[in-house]
Design a protein around this ligand. Structure first.
Ligand code: BES
Ligand code: ZN
Length: 648
């Protein structure tokens, strides 16, 4: 019933309403006459394709360019200055509504057609926990083309982390960086914080002369205190990014290089030296790299994610620098977003799987071409196992690719589903249609929707036309529907299965049964991925202390400096109450702030008698964590030990 209704919507009403709410491109008027439309179609009471997490009236007026003049003030830990927004009117309307979160607005002025600026009154709505506060500015669509907002940020904006010199590697200078995805750009810029709207941007940033500033844009030093940036390609708000600190640059080739604190520069350059090859591989298969440069910025270990695909400058956690390139799939991933995500963007956060599923798929294809099919398949298999484990904990409705987000915070609904289930779907299509046809399809898809923001329905329409109908009787609409709209995994899924793990599984079993000592295990040739498999498929309960101690003393797992292995080992240890790891774990939790590597460990601890110990460790480490990490852990340790034990 649901799905036939959906199919009907897809073929009839949807294409019209979609263009209403998506693809609002810089300088382009929407391609539909808005007044001629009937009541917009709804799905569960929500307008289909409308971003529910923005206040912006972007169907009436959209921002085509943002010009920032900001001071990065390390004395006050504040960004201060103004944002000038260029407007494109689509409809007669009396106001512009912008998103803000904890911004202090000093004044708003508008420019009329003859170029004069004039102060206007404005109002800030009561703040909503998820969306922040709407900034309403009365405007005249016949006369106003630009608006200027003078503002400063709060003392702990959700989208910025400020670090003291002590919290950096060099200990000499402070550091700051942004993390705008999903809806945190509004905490440092007043704007239309929806991925449906794309804009170009420019910026003049002023700060202390010892500090180097970088952004997700072309960079030009103006003086020893001023740097100018320009992003000439239209991007969604969540890709606007800034970082400032003691940064140095090392080139990898003519279009790619590394920004990092000086003490990190060499290590990072070695670890990520394959980046230029990755760019070549991806461009060859999916079309030209369209962003000019591709640089990496190595953040402090408190960076809350593995990486963030800010255009021209991916932000990267230092926790993947293992010394042996074993975790560089992260770079393949962030680079892949240069096609899936940055070029073709999810129009709403419901459609995140279009960004992350395609990116996880493309990432794995890069890994296969650059290293080997074996390595790529091991990574797929690990991702699949992790997804299975996660699906056991996740509310079933959140296992849908095209997730029903409503007005929930996208951060709260975040999971491996859009990544791995999305990837599995695309691997399914690849296997059904064959690589020749599927690769051509994906390349054409990126090209067709380049610099647009699209919904799942738009993707489906494109898929039906360019793959399903072009090669009939290979994959049915019903199968696609199952993948995109149903919970869990399809019954017809063929799971990835690396045979490089067969022997690992046998050795583990032999050891578990007591037929061989850890010392006698044949581990010499194991790769990091095989180690991860060995550890993560161990029994989660009742693995006895002697066995764990034997593993630990034979392989020195506690205190390992491969952070993925450390995470897998500490998870196993906590599940089996092997508390010998606690002192080393405490150090790990103080050194790393990447959410995926710490939040699950705190969750495990919080559901045991070590709740108080964990809370204590957390409160000590908290000042070094990012505001978004603090937010999830504050909830975990808010009150009752057991109550939040399964929250993310
Ligand atoms: N764009 C994401 C990070 C993100 C997603 C931030 C949604 C906020 C909301 C980034 O590309 C990413 O996926 N990072 C992963 C990398 C991993 C899957 C290789 C991470 O941080 O773990
Ligand atoms: Zn990603």
């Amino acid at each position: 019933m649901m799905s036939s209704l959906r199919n009907m919507l897809l073929t009839t009403v949807l294409p019209l309403t979609l263009s209403l709410f998506t693809s609002i491109h810089a300088n382009a008027a929407p391609n539909v006459d808005l007044d001629k439309l009937d009541t917009p179609s709804t799905e569960m009471g929500q307008q289909v394709g409308k971003d529910t997490l923005t206040y912006a009236n972007y169907d009436e007026v959209s921002v085509s360019h943002i010009d920032l003049s900001l001071t990065v003030d390390f004395d006050k830990n504040q960004l201060l200055g103004d944002a000038i927004l260029d407007l494109v009117w689509h409809k007669a309307s009396k106001e512009l509504v912008l998103d803000t979160r904890e911004l202090t607005i000093n004044s708003v002025s508008v420019q009329n057609k003859s170029g004069q600026w004039q102060n206007v009154p404005f109002s800030l709505s009561k703040a909503d926990k998820v969306k922040g506060a709407a900034l309403r500015i009365p405007l005249n669509h016949e006369n106003n083309a630009k608006v200027k907002v003078s503002y400063h940020t709060s003392n702990n904006p959700s989208g910025i982390q400020w670090l003291t010199p002590q919290q950096t590697l060099g200990k000499q200078l402070p550091f700051m960086f942004s993390q705008s995805q999903a809806i945190h750009a509004r905490s440092w810029i007043p704007l239309q914080d929806t991925p449906a709207v794309r804009q170009t941007y420019s910026a003049t940033i002023t700060t202390d002369k010892a500090i180097t500033v970088v952004m997700s844009a072309d960079r030009q030093v103006l003086s020893n205190t001023q740097t100018q940036f320009s992003m000439p390609q239209a991007i969604p708000a969540y890709l606007i990014a800034i970082a400032a600190g003691h940064l140095k640059f090392a080139p990898l080739n003519n279009i790619s290089g590394i920004w990092a604190e000086p003490a990190m520069l060499d290590k990072a350059s070695k670890e990520f030296s394959d980046t230029p090859k990755m760019i070549k591989i991806a461009s060859k298969r999916y079309g030209d790299y369209r962003w000019g440069r591709y640089d990496l910025l190595i953040l402090p270990p408190s960076f809350p994610f593995g990486g963030m695909e800010n255009p021209r400058l991916s932000f990267i956690t230092p926790t993947v620098i293992a010394g042996d390139k074993s975790l560089v799939s992260l770079i393949a991933h962030e680079l892949a977003h240069s096609w899936s995500g940055n070029l073709v963007t999810n129009a709403t956060w419901r459609d995140l799987w279009l960004n992350e599923g395609f990116t996880t798929y493309v990432e794995n294809r890069i890994m296969e071409d650059l290293y080997s099919r074996d390595r790529a398949l091991m990574e797929q298999t690990i991702g699949y196992s992790e997804l299975l484990a996660e699906l056991e904990e996740l509310p079933p409705q959140d296992s849908v690719l095209h997730i029903a987000l409503g007005e929930r915070d996208p951060d709260d609904a975040f999971s491996g589903v859009p990544y791995v289930k999305g990837q599995l779907f695309l691997v399914f299509l690849e296997q059904k249609f064959g690589r020749e046809h599927f690769d051509a399809f994906v390349k054409d898809y990126f090209n067709h929707f380049a610099f647009q923001s699209i919904t799942t329905a738009q993707f489906r329409e494109y898929l039906s036309f360019n793959l399903l109908n072009k090669y009939p009787n290979v994959v049915s609409e019903a199968e696609v529907d199952t993948w995109i709209e149903d919970q869990g995994l399809p019954s017809f899924l063929v799971p990835p299965n690396s045979h490089a793990f067969d022997d690992i599984d046998i050795q583990r079993q032999t050891w578990l049964e007591g037929n061989i000592s850890a010392q006698a295990l044949n581990t010499k040739t194991w790769t990091v991925h095989q180690w991860l498999r060995f550890i993560s498929e161990m029994p989660r309960i009742n693995l006895n202390q002697t066995k764990l101690a034997e593993l630990d003393s034979t392989f020195h797992l506690t205190g390992t400096n491969n952070n993925e292995i450390a995470f897998a080992w500490y998870s196993l240890a906590l599940d089996n109450r092997y508390y010998t790891v606690l002192p080393a774990l405490k150090q790990y939790l103080n050194e790393i702030g990447r959410r995926r590597l710490i939040v699950p460990l705190y969750q495990k601890l919080a559901s045991t008698e070590h709740y108080d110990w964990a809370k204590d460790v957390y409160l000590n480490a908290r000042p070094g964590y990012h505001p978004q990490t603090q937010a999830s852990l504050d909830l975990l340790f808010a009150d009752n030990p057991m109550e939040h034990s399964h929250r993310h």
